[in-house]
Design a protein around this ligand. Structure first.
Ligand code: COA
Ligand code: ZN
Length: 314
């Protein structure tokens, strides 16, 4: 079974869709707690316009005050040059650039056509100039909630243009949960064939209940990196009907049960997940934090023990 690497996105993708501001102290405490769980990466925040995403207006303070655990990469979302300068000043380990593979979604999310996004991000990559690794997240790569189908060849063409600019990694995002396992298997195989040298990550949302099926299809096709969000929080504010990311602890639990190593301390992660509803003020979609792990056995009721004894005595 392959080693699987998780990137925890709850404090970025997870929180950006929450209606009530989450205090800076709580964000820092959460990132610090997650840092001790064995993640490969944590996407801490986004250096975006505070008017566009007020929740993440404290990005500088959060980055300055989190405790960096050696071996964990602290990455941040960056939409433009201004964001890249802020991210470099904040000492981010990686810059995660973002654009959409759907023209309509790019207009909605980033307020510009894709070609303009690409030109701006190419400028960002030149500005970073290898000082930090760059990852590019391509949104709506499995379908757009406004335009419908996004042809796989278009996604691959955008990916290829970024690879030519020297990025380290590509994250292929199912922003609104439209991907299905057969589509994911095809995409995963093609990505690995075309971009063998890249750090390839898949980012799924569970909007239509296909999230874990898509993780399974991707793992079976050889993908070893995933984004996940604690409790299954999340969703793009610029995608109608969007809902949470795949729930990290549910995906990790499934993979552990299958015999995969993720490096994650699941009991520790579940303790953190159980505190999440109080933090955000509502129930969260994650299942395993509620039900416990499959191997956490329930006590045998006294009546059943008695019955067992009677049967043995007879
Ligand atoms: N950091 C801080 N402020 C920023 C910024 C950044 N990275 N980029 C733009 N701004 C500010 C500008 O200073 C300007 O402020 P002002 O109105 O006080 O002068 C304002 O935002 C508008 O700037 P402009 O360059 O006209 O950008 P825009 O309005 O076209 O917005 C984005 C473009 C992409 C920067 C903005 O829409 C954004 O940050 N969106 C968030 C996207 C996102 O995170 N989506 C969810 C994740 S996929
Ligand atoms: Zn997302």
């Amino acid at each position: 079974m392959p080693r699987i690497h998780f990137n925890e996105v709850v404090t970025r993708d997870g929180f950006q869709n929450e209606p009530t501001f989450i205090p800076t102290e709580s964000k820092i405490a959460l990132v610090d707690a997650l840092g001790e769980c064995g993640y490969a990466k944590i996407e801490v925040t986004a250096f975006v316009s505070p008017k566009a995403i007020p929740m993440l207006r404290d990005a500088e303070e959060v980055m300055a005050r989190i405790r960096r655990v050696p071996g964990v990469e602290y990455t941040v979302l960056v939409p433009n040059q201004r964001g890249a300068e802020r991210a470099l000043d904040a000492g981010a380990d990686e810059l995660n650039l973002v654009m959409s593979t759907s023209e309509l979604h790019n207009l909605a999310n980033l307020r510009m056509p894709r070609e303009k996004s690409f030109a701006g991000l190419a400028e960002v990559i030149r500005l970073v100039d290898g000082r930090k690794p760059v990852n590019v997240s391509l949104s709506t790569a499995f379908g757009c909630p406004m335009a419908g189908e996004v042809p796989q060849d278009e996604v691959l063409a955008w990916a290829a243009r970024f690879v030519d600019l020297g990025v380290r990694g590509l994250t292929i995002c199912d922003t609104t949960g439209m991907a299905h396992p057969a589509q994911v298997a095809g995409m995963a195989e093609t990505l690995q064939r075309r971009f063998a040298g890249q750090q390839l990550t898949l980012h799924f949302h569970n909007t239509r209940g296909m999230g874990l099926a898509n993780v399974l299809a991707a793992v079976q096709a050889g993908i070893v990196r995933f984004d996940g969000s604690l409790g299954g929080l999340g969703g793009c504010p610029y995608a109608p009907g969007a809902s949470g990311n795949i729930c990290s602890e549910d995906a990790i639990h499934m993979l552990h049960e299958m015999g995969c190593d993720t490096g994650i301390d699941l009991p520790r992660l579940l303790d953190i997940a159980r505190a999440l509803p109080a933090l955000v003020g509502h129930e969260v979609p994650g299942q395993v934090a509620k039900a416990g792990r499959s191997r956490d056995l329930h006590p045998v009721p006294a009546s059943v023990s008695e019955l067992q004894n009677q049967l043995q005595a007879a």
